[in-house]
Design a protein around this ligand. Structure first.
Ligand SMILES: [Zn+2]
Length: 166
């Protein structure tokens, strides 16, 4: 799926995981590890779902990076590493498997690339739709956004506690 959907999943995971981290204590190492793993799993789930790519890769990557920077800026200091690790988990499969190809296409260069590691990027298991029939993809994107929004909504009070006052 487009990076922005993986970032949306990351914010959703953060809204749940950060619930216990509203006091400015040191965060347990296990919370970081499990949060990263949740991010990677969410990537797998989203990539298995049948999907097209409503945003082209250049816009997607630039917009995604911009959103990540904003998120890192708006959260309180003691949870900056937590959200960074969650977002890294959410996008690391694409960084590992796809970044040389994306960089080649953006900058017109010739970085070497290898076979994909993550099964949801294999042709047989990926939900990528290769014909242009994207109706089911739009429904799936919408469901993903509604699902994430509802979870974030239920965690909004806690989320506010870990955001900087603007
Ligand atoms: Zn992917």
């Amino acid at each position: 799926m487009n990076v922005i959907f993986h970032i949306t999943a990351g914010v959703t995971i953060f809204s749940v995981v950060s619930k216990k981290e509203t006091k400015e204590d040191k965060i347990n190492l296990l919370v970081y590890v499990f949060s990263f793993v949740l991010g990677v799993i969410s990537h797998g789930i989203l990539d298995y779902i049948p999907h097209c790519y409503p945003l082209n890769s250049k816009v997607d990557v630039i917009l995604g990076l911009f959103i990540i920077l904003i998120l890192l800026y708006v959260v309180k200091k003691h949870v900056k590493l937590l959200i960074a690790i969650i977002l890294l988990g959410c996008i690391s499969p694409d960084i590992i498997d796809l970044s040389p190809k994306i960089l080649n296409s953006i900058f017109n260069i010739n970085l070497p690339f290898f076979d994909n590691i993550f099964p949801w990027h294999f042709y047989d298991y990926s939900g990528s739709i290769y014909n242009n029939n994207c109706k089911v993809s739009s429904v799936n994107h919408l469901l993903t956004l509604v699902f994430c929004t509802i979870i974030i909504f239920f965690n909004r009070t806690n989320l506010q506690k870990v955001l900087n006052k603007i």
